[in-house]
Design a protein around this ligand. Structure first.
Ligand code: TXA
Ligand code: MG
Length: 354
């Protein structure tokens, strides 16, 4: 069944809360990306998320709640660092990993003794959480609303196109406009001796460090390292956040020459280019097999556009995507992480199709 997205309104939000309380799926806007929501305290409802996403059942989900007080109910231990971070950044693009209480189903955590919790910053998400706390648990489990391994959606239309076939009658997609942040939340693990960042995201590492004032695990500070060694964070599998196209990161100044070369060597190939706006590529190479999406040179604006552009290019059937590599600085960390995973997702064979 291909549902259509419903504009968020007081009425549709109330309907969505009812749907959640009946064990149905509701895709909802958050400030980071769209989430595929279900009642987070119902094992059956949560099982439907895994089925619709095609996600392995041992990959844990984030629980979304409307307030710090509700987050505390899900945690067996709430360290002082959690208070500092929650006060500073919730509602907002940060997820905390904490020891869980018994009310959290195993299905949510993949059987682990920790749980990921977040108070999202989007007004529609908060209104839905509020409405759902009146008619149900008020806890929404929500991974990004894409099929497992694919590009996260930042627009309601991307949710419908990517997941529509996997939703059932009574499920809903709430449209709350384009996501403002555009990459997923930063995940901070507070379940160990020292806070650790498991996934860079919408809130930058230095911003978090400032609030933790030196408490962040040393191995983790500003090192721009890949988190591939951390288990159980499905976003840390290299194949994540990947469009179907074969992705190559290139130096901005080499993009024009590489594109020309590809066009000559692979006549069948459709090529996508994501240069920076300041690159005047359009005037260098013009070819109908080429699709160009120029990207902002500011990290926040770039992140906001990234998944939307990748989803658009995927739909156009691009075979190869050349992306101008952003600078290796801390404000670009989340974008570099996602670009690195997108580029790592295909083998290095010389074949152009995929
Ligand atoms: O911005 C976001 O975080 C979005 C929106 C919808 O809130 N959600 C999101 O969910 O990105 P998902 O499922 O696509 O990614 C959640 C990540 C996964 O990599 C998962 O493994 C990790 O959080 N995670 C969840 N619970 C965890 C836990 N207890 N320990 C370690 N990692 C956990
Ligand atoms: Mg995801």
């Amino acid at each position: 069944m291909m549902p259509s997205a419903v504009p968020a309104s007081e009425r549709s939000i109330a309907d969505a809360a009812d749907a959640l309380s009946q064990g149905r799926l509701v895709a909802l806007p958050t400030e980071t990306v769209y989430g595929l929501g279900a009642d987070g305290l119902s094992a059956q409802a949560v099982a439907r998320i895994f089925a619709a996403k095609g996600r392995p059942s041992d990959h844990p989900l984030i629980l979304h709640v409307g307030s710090v007080a509700e987050a505390k109910k899900l945690a067996a231990h709430w360290p002082p660092s959690a208070d500092r971070l929650a006060d500073a950044f919730w509602p907002g693009p940060m997820t905390l990993i904490l020891k869980r209480t018994g009310c959290v189903p195993d299905a949510v955590t993949g059987g682990q003794d920790t749980v990921g919790v977040r108070v999202p910053g989007h007004p529609v998400a908060l209104a839905l959480l509020h409405a759902f706390s009146k008619v149900g648990s008020g806890v929404i489990a929500a991974p990004s609303a894409n099929r497992f391994g694919g590009v996260s959606p930042t627009r309601a239309a991307d949710v419908v196109l990517g997941l529509g076939d996997f939703l059932q009658a009574g499920d809903m997609v709430l449209d709350g406009g384009d996501c403002a942040v555009g990459v997923e939340s930063t995940i901070v693990d507070l379940s160990g001796d020292h806070p650790r960042i498991l996934r860079p995201g919408g809130l930058s590492r230095d911003t978090i460090e400032r609030v933790l004032s030196g408490d962040l695990s040393q191995a983790d500070t500003l090192s721009m390292r890949s988190d591939a060694t951390v288990p159980r964070v499905s976003g840390s599998l290299e194949s994540h956040y990947a469009p179907r196209a074969r992705v190559t990161l290139v130096l901005p100044e080499q993009m024009g020459a590489m594109a020309s070369q590809l066009l000559t060597q692979h006549p069948e190939c459709r090529i996508g280019l994501m240069p920076f706006e300041y690159q005047a590529l359009e005037r260098q190479i013009i070819d109908q097999r080429l699709v160009i999406h120029s990207m902002p040179d500011q990290a926040k604006a770039y992140a906001q556009k990234l998944y939307a552009v990748m989803n658009d290019l995927d739909r156009l059937g691009i075979d190869t995507l050349l992306i101008a590599r952003p600078p290796q600085t801390v404000e670009w960390e989340a974008v570099l992480d996602r670009l690195g995973r997108a580029a790592a997702s295909v083998d290095d064979s010389t074949s152009m199709g995929k």
